[in-house]
Ligand binder design. Structure first.
Ligand code: SF4
Ligand code: SF4
Length: 392
């Protein structure tokens, strides 16, 4: 039986650290800007994949390695060996007091640091602590452990950019988190804490905003920017210390060990090192994301990039799929009113172009409810890829 730690328990806020990988592996789509033997500092741009990619450690370039990525496709990676000296160069001019930026300085600096959030001219800023997997608690843990500085950063944004209202969204069950936020909230009158029930679809901003409109917390047809706590935390580090993101908190969930751990790692660390560290290497399958929305990973040597939030380790006891019984449940539960069964049946047919696949939010509800245990969301993902190929 799965015995995950549930939201509401205090352990969900713990963050362990593993910030000393021997090597990091940076994905390369274009030619790297460094060569074997070069020394790199933390934050040096080493690859330009249409956006600049920076090293998260200091050390020597060892060469290029071919590894499978999260989508099980082979990709080239630049390997850098850690010298554990954390050598940095000062790149951009920053101010000690984050309130002392003026609007243009602040927006320019955030742009410079790669934040592409729209903050200018918005009515509401919504900061969500809802993770994109029921058993992942990264956003909550970040806020719990950095509450004061995150509230300060939000307050600075509101005041400097002149944003009318800001809401921090938490779940009803997060009592410890609410208590922590309330300790500081008295000093930040423009920030409102909103506690919402544990509704699965509120993991997606679109549905979260819809819920807030329905409950009349925010008004319809207003300009809204929604982001998570992690982004605000990165912003604080950029504005206050001039740091680019070099670390990433991910969640490792194991139903084999009945545990969940948040772990702060260097970006571009190898997952296999963490598996060894947590002794999770027997009889498991790896899922990128949650068990409902995630995809199976075929190699343990995948690299932790910015878009990975959590890895689930599940026992190799996958359910047996049977034939579709035409119950229609997959269409009924789909929040985007798609027809997953039809998509599955027409996967090789060009008519999938007309099935609005772009609307799929990958919530996994179709697969979850299917009585025949068909992995319908995997078919939808495959169909999306095929459409992209047709378009090429
Ligand atoms: S994963 Fe399935 S239920 Fe969810 S939006 Fe996509 S097709 Fe619909
Ligand atoms: S839910 Fe499963 S069994 Fe029912 S129609 Fe969809 S694919 Fe078929």
């Amino acid at each position: 039986m799965t015995t995950y730690i549930e939201s509401g328990s205090k352990n969900i806020y713990d963050i362990k650290e593993n910030l000393k990988p021997k090597f990091i592996y940076i994905p390369i789509y274009n030619n790297p800007l460094v060569k074997k033997g070069d020394y790199v500092y933390i934050n040096d741009v080493v690859v330009n994949n249409n956006i600049p990619i920076r090293s998260s450690i200091s050390g020597y370039v060892k060469g290029i390695l071919n590894l499978k990525n999260i989508n099980n496709e082979l990709e080239n990676y630049l390997v850098i060996e850690n010298d554990y000296r954390e050598q940095k160069r000062n790149i951009l001019k920053i101010k000690n007091d984050i309130y002392s930026y003026n609007k243009n300085e602040l927006l320019d600096l955030l742009k410079e640091y790669g934040f592409n959030l729209i903050l200018n001219d918005i009515d509401y800023l919504i900061i969500s602590t809802i993770d994109n997997n029921r058993y992942t608690f990264v956003q909550k843990a970040i806020l719990y452990n950095n509450c004061e500085i995150i509230l300060e950063t939000i307050d600075a944004l509101i005041n400097i950019i002149n944003i009318s209202k800001c809401f921090i969204i938490v779940n009803d069950r997060d009592t410890y988190l609410k208590k922590e936020i309330n300790k500081y909230l008295g000093s930040y009158l423009n920030i409102t804490l909103v506690s919402i029930p544990n509704i699965y679809l509120t993991m997606w901003n679109k549905y979260l905003n819809r819920y807030l409109i329905k409950k009349r917390i925010i008004k319809k047809n207003k300009k809204i920017t929604t982001c998570n706590v992690e982004i605000i935390n990165y912003m604080y580090r950029a504005l206050k210390f001039g740091e680019f993101a070099t670390e990433k908190i991910i969640s490792l969930n194991s139903n084999k060990y009945g545990s969940n751990v948040n772990i702060n790692v260097k970006l571009y660390s190898n997952l296999n090192d963490l598996i060894t560290l947590f002794n999770l290497n027997n009889d498991i399958s790896l899922i990128n994301g949650g068990t409902l929305t995630g995809s199976k990973i075929k190699s343990k040597n995948i690299i932790i990039t910015k878009d990975i939030t959590g890895i689930s380790f599940v026992k190799n006891d996958f359910k047996q799929t049977t034939k579709c019984i035409n119950c229609g449940l997959c269409s009924k539960v789909c929040p985007e009113k798609l027809h997953p069964k039809l998509i599955m049946e027409n996967i090789d047919n060009k008519c999938i172009n007309k099935m609005h696949l772009d609307k799929c939010i990958n919530c996994g509800l179709c697969s979850y409810y299917c009585p025949s245990k068909i992995e319908l969301n995997e078919y939808v993902k495959l169909a999306k890829k095929k459409i992209t190929n047709y378009e090429k």
